[in-house]
Ligand binder design. Structure first.
Ligand code: 8IG
Length: 271
């Protein structure tokens, strides 16, 4: 098994040869965000995510499983319709693999989207929220393991501005009412208990989910500018009704127009 960076280089090569030779922005679409891909612009090439080397078969509903090259108002973007999660049993290097590949293929901006639970009743179902920062509570980190190979930055990467202030400012110009929040990324597998949600609130979380935090670290390590946008699809445990995955997919469908404008705006702001 080659090291995780060689595996990402192999996938980057396929992105460059089969999708776009010079992509600038990578967009990862989480649950509830699939509808955004079509509206962003003209798809100039596409392939199944599993056709990228070392990408595992998807197991989560609500992901298209397609990687597209999309021209977003003149900016060449790679739109990844799905991701892998720790809770599926994948190792951390698999979870961050497509993001690493996109950055190695030339993307200097990574836009990570997800569906999440909200700990703040003022950020209700259907509300998009810009990530201002994160709590990586997964117990994993893509910078663990062997030291990155020669030619790559070392492991202790600076995460002071994990989510770009510049990109958040650009999003606020387009939509001044967009709230910002701190995303707590958990291992997942189940939703939380009400006691865990109280704990997370004490820790400073506004949002809770099972993705994104590891990808954001891996993208920053490779020097990309990162934006994160969560779509609130439920109030966290103990704050409202019981939680269901169907609710997640519904919330995405009804917010699709607003989400698309937001992602297009972030792509347009990419350096
Ligand atoms: I959508 O309430 C979605 N994903 N951990 N908790 C966690 N993940 C989520 C939640 C939630 N809602």
């Amino acid at each position: 098994m080659p090291n995780p960076y060689s595996r990402a280089e192999a996938a980057a090569h396929v992105i460059a040869t089969r999708l776009h030779a010079a992509p600038k922005v990578a967009v990862v679409l989480g649950s509830g965000w699939v509808g955004v891909a079509e509206g962003l612009g003209e798809t100039t090439a596409e392939l199944a995510l599993v056709d990228l080397p070392h990408v595992p078969a998807p197991t989560v509903q609500g992901h298209s499983g397609v990687a597209r090259a999309v021209d977003v108002a003149g900016t060449p973007a790679i739109v990844l319709g799905g991701r892998s999660h720790l809770y599926e049993g994948h190792p951390v290097d698999t979870v961050v693999h497509t993001v690493r590949a996109a950055v190695l293929a030339g993307c200097t901006t990574v836009i990570l989207t997800n569906a999440c639970g909200s700990l703040d009743p003022a950020m209700g179902v259907g509300q998009p929220v810009l990530l201002s920062d994160q709590l990586n509570l997964t117990g994993a980190n893509p910078m663990c393991g062997d030291e990155p190979p020669v030619g790559y930055p070392g492991r202790f990467c600076d995460l002071t501005e994990i989510y770009s202030r510049r990109l958040r400012d650009a999003a606020h110009v387009l939509d001044p009412t967009l709230p910002e929040g701190v995303y707590a990324g958990l291992l997942g597998g189940s939703y939380e208990t009400p006691a865990e949600i109280r704990m997370l609130r004490t820790l400073g979380a506004d949002l809770v989910g099972m993705s994104t935090v590891l990808e954001a670290i891996a993208a920053r390590h490779l020097g990309a500018e990162v934006a994160g946008v969560s779509l609130v699809t439920n109030l966290a445990a103990g704050m409202g009704a019981e939680l269901s995955h169907a609710e997640v997919l519904d919330a995405g469908r009804s917010s699709a127009g607003r989400l698309m404008t937001l992602v297009a705006g972030l792509v347009g702001a990419a350096a």
